[in-house]
Design a protein around this ligand. Structure first.
Ligand code: ZN
Length: 742
């Protein structure tokens, strides 16, 4: 709109003055309206060639597309040089050649560009005709790359600076960044903006491999919020598809998704050298596929493939046996190829356990010589192992999920190493897995293990939602490469099916903890105690004692309800700890956080939870009531209850919940008609509430497959996240205003 106005104004003047013969003055005004296009890609992960099925454009058509612009700068925001055999056989050189031929102007390395080691990355960028930027990347006192660069185009000076993600330390094999440091990106960005301003540029563009994932602490949206003066951020890393960019303050963030599915264009418009307007858009594969490919690049690609052929034909080692990768086999049970692969994953990562999905194994390899080409045919996906820190509970959930459809043929079927487990496919989904052994020991639900899986599952792929958000400690080269090296190292390999995963009738029923408490004989709550202990909701104070009459703390009670919810399969771990007196790593922390998040327990006005404080009967009744009726929405036939004799002692804040809990037969008063709200609750009373909770209501185990969402939900999830943040904030405020709380 703005342009139109200025233009028509100009025309009007030109007409008037033109008649007077004064037009030359205005001719100069005309040329002051200028544009520049920043074309950009990110996270192509080694995709040099076009792939029609996967809608990947490739460099041959990218070059043609660039040539349709008069004043375009081509920028790549990283994760570019690694990810396919096309790229990896030459350790990234094949992609650098294509970038050179395409006319890439600026490149900022992503975490995976370090996959060949930082020395190799520097070597590759030196071979590039483009400028590699990374203002925050240092080795000792030495910057590995230039910080900024001014590109002149159409008489304009566009200032670029680059930022790489510090997550490279873990999202590439840590060995690759030994000695490499990633400095504080905000401080670095402020310096770079100042330096570029001092050079008198017309616009400032940050090329960043930072992304928008909420799990990342250093992100492009935070950068935009914290640093003044950045006009545009060309972003990568989170694979976010921003159709029209995302405006944060005055900064426009642009990102194209991944894998060459789109090419981004940020159009900058200037008047008299002043940036007037900036617009981000994406050209999709479908809109570009009819372009004719550049023949020089096609030739270069052909040459690489020809050169790679003998390498793919190269024998990496031998196998004594046929390696079983048939679809029906790998998706329904243990196979020797699944075992070989997970052994290799364990070997490269040093993790406690390995787990990968049968759907990632695509074909068998016959006994005899094994070539690289065969391995790639079996593992064509460019997935790579990722090491996570997870609890035993998460591993168990993953195994339950992995076999919940068995014996159906499903891609999520788990192959494992470092552990063995049994499941009973006759049992209900969600309660099939038993006898899980990790390095020969029983799985400990509370213990933290290191688990190596593939990058796809690590972010919830194939429905493995329980891994999402886990702490990632390392990532490695492609699965195919890991396997090839393992075969070479152990040639000839002879993997067997050895009973790591067994579908077996579970006739042990529940492997009962042999409960032999000496202090519950004749106790009124004996049944309830046995129920809670056998179900794993509550433990004795020792192997032989339960201490039924000992008092319970607030943390103990919340933990017991949390475990009950876990067993229903609906428990969601909440990371955020809102209380000042709850440590991040206590045995009850995750349950307290969960209870707070779900309104089961609210804590005190001063921001504390007082976990070690004795719980009162009224607090206990309120919490169980909120859990049962508010959170789980259990129905209740409610008639006005008889008031307890000591009704006046019950806090006003607790009355409604207490009478609901009484009506629901979760808790009762004393035989003489009192409730004793302020008395402490005993361990016997606690297990009785759990017992009643289980008995008096109908509980459907929630099936984990309900949350079978697409992995790509990440895309554009940021708006929703922002909203949720605001909502959480509001909730917290409301809660802190409550006078009295349980
Ligand atoms: Zn990345």
């Amino acid at each position: 709109m703005k342009h139109k106005k200025i233009w028509s104004l100009f025309l009007a003047f030109a007409m008037i003055f033109g008649l007077l013969g004064l037009s030359p003055v205005f001719a100069e005004e005309d040329t002051s309206l200028k544009t520049a296009d920043i074309l950009h890609t990110n996270d192509s992960h080694g995709r040099g060639e076009e792939n029609q099925d996967k809608k990947e454009l490739g460099y041959a058509k990218l070059k043609t597309y660039k040539s349709t612009f008069d004043n375009a700068i081509l920028v790549d925001a990283g994760d570019t040089l690694h990810g396919t055999t096309f790229a990896t056989i030459s350790k990234g050189q094949s992609i650098v050649d294509l970038m050179n031929e395409t006319g890439t102007d600026i490149f900022v390395p992503g975490n995976h560009d370090f996959n060949y080691g930082s020395d190799r990355l520097v070597e590759l960028t030196k071979a590039g005709n483009f400028k590699t930027l990374g203002a925050n990347v240092f080795k000792g006192n030495q910057a590995l790359f230039a910080g900024h660069y001014v590109k002149e185009i159409n008489g304009l000076k566009i200032g670029f600076f680059g930022l790489a993600t510090p997550e490279t330390k873990t999202k590439s094999n840590p060995l690759n960044t030994q000695g490499v440091e990633f400095l504080d990106y905000i401080a670095v960005a402020k310096q770079e903006v100042k330096a570029l301003k001092d050079e008198g540029v017309n616009a400032i563009v940050c090329v960043a491999h930072l992304g928008l994932d909420k799990s990342s602490s250093q992100r492009s949206d935070l950068l935009a919020k914290s640093v003044e003066g950045i006009d545009v951020i060309i972003d990568g890393h989170s694979h976010t598809e921003l159709k029209e960019g995302k405006l944060v303050g005055n900064t426009l963030i642009a990102q194209t998704g991944s894998h060459f599915n789109n090419v981004g264009d940020v159009k900058l418009s200037f008047k008299n050298g002043m940036l007037l307007d900036k617009k981000a858009s994406l050209a999709s594969y479908d809109s570009l596929k009819t372009l004719s490919p550049d023949s020089k690049i096609l030739d270069a690609i052909k040459k690489v493939n020809e050169e790679n052929k003998p390498i793919l034909d190269k024998v990496v080692g031998k196998s004594k046996v046929d390696l079983e990768g048939t679809r029906e086999k790998v998706r329904t049970g243990e196979t020797n190829l699944g075992n070989l692969l997970t052994d290799a994953m364990l070997d490269v990562s040093g993790a406690d356990v390995a787990m990968t999905n049968g759907g990632g194994i695509r074909s068998s390899i016959p006994a005899g010589d094994v070539t690289m080409g065969q391995i790639i045919t079996s593992f064509p996906f460019t997935n790579y192992p990722v090491k996570l820190e997870v609890t035993g509970d998460t591993i168990l959930k993953a195994l339950e999920y992995g076999v919940d459809k068995a014996p159906e043929v499903v891609g999520k079927f788990p192959h494992v190493a470092g552990m063995t487990f049994k499941y009973d496919s006759k049992k209900d989904p969600g309660s099939r897995v038993y006898d899980v052994k990790i390095k020969g020991q029983d799985l400990d639900k509370a213990k933290t293990y290191s688990l190596v899986t593939n990058d796809f599952m690590a972010i919830g792929g194939d429905g493995y939602e329980m891994f999402k958000g886990s702490k990632e400690v390392a990532a490695y080269e492609l699965l195919s490469e890991v396997l090839a090296k393992y075969i070479a190292k152990h040639s000839p390999v002879d993997p067997k099916v050895e009973g790591r995963v067994l579908d077996q009738v579970n006739d042990q029923e529940k492997p009962k903890e042999n409960v032999k408490f000496t202090d519950i004989e004749g106790h009124w709550a004996k049944d309830k105690i046995l129920y809670a202990v056998e179900k794993g909701l509550f433990k004795g104070t020792s192997e032989s004692t339960f201490e039924p009459n000992t008092k319970v703390t607030r943390a103990m009670f919340v933990t017991a309800i949390g475990r009950f919810d876990e067993q229903l399969g609906s428990f969601k771990e909440v990371k955020e700890n809102k209380f000042t007196d709850v440590k991040n790593d206590s045995w009850y922390t995750k349950y307290v956080n969960w209870a707070q998040e779900n309104g089961v327990a609210k804590g005190f006005v001063d921001g504390t939870f007082k976990p070690d404080k004795e719980i009162s009967r009224q607090e206990m009744a309120v919490m169980i009531s909120r859990y049962t009726f508010n959170l789980k929405k259990q129905g209740l036939v409610y008639s006005e209850p008889a008031k307890f004799k000591d009704h006046k002692d019950i806090g006003e804040w607790a009355q409604a919940d207490i009478y609901a809990a009484v009506a629901g037969k979760l808790i009762q008063g004393t035989p003489d008609g009192n409730f004793l709200p302020k008395d402490g609750a005993t361990r016997a009373e606690l297990v009785t509430i759990l017992y009643n909770l289980n008995e008096n209501f109908k509980w459907d185990a929630k099936k984990p497959s309900e949350s079978d969402k697409k992995v790509d939900e990440k895309k554009d999830a940021n708006k929703a996240d922002d909203k949720k943040d605001q909502k959480d904030q509001k909730k917290a405020e409301e809660k802190s205003q409550e006078k009295k709380a349980a």
